[in-house]
Design a protein around this ligand. Structure first.
Ligand SMILES: [Zn+2]
Length: 73
């Protein structure tokens, strides 16, 4: 049962580590959030939702490229 215990402990450690990581990288996440740039007029948008709204209002005849959709993941 030692192995099982060690595994559980490692998982708890990892969970703690990840939680701290998420908190600490909030600023980085915000910086990285400006990644969906309009390929047509180069306007930076924070989320794909904003980019979609931007397309709807500025480029209604264009469709949001699939490449940008992947950036939000
Ligand atoms: Zn645009």
């Amino acid at each position: 049962m030692v192995r099982g215990h060690a595994k559980a402990e490692a998982q708890a450690k990892n969970a703690k580590k990840n939680a701290g990581k998420e908190k600490g990288s909030n600023l980085d996440a915000i910086k990285q959030s400006v990644r969906a740039v309009c390929p047509i007029c180069k306007t930076p948008t924070s989320t794909i939702k904003v980019l979609q709204d931007h397309y709807a209002s500025k480029h209604p005849k264009e469709t949001v490229p699939a490449d940008n959709l992947g950036l939000t993941k």
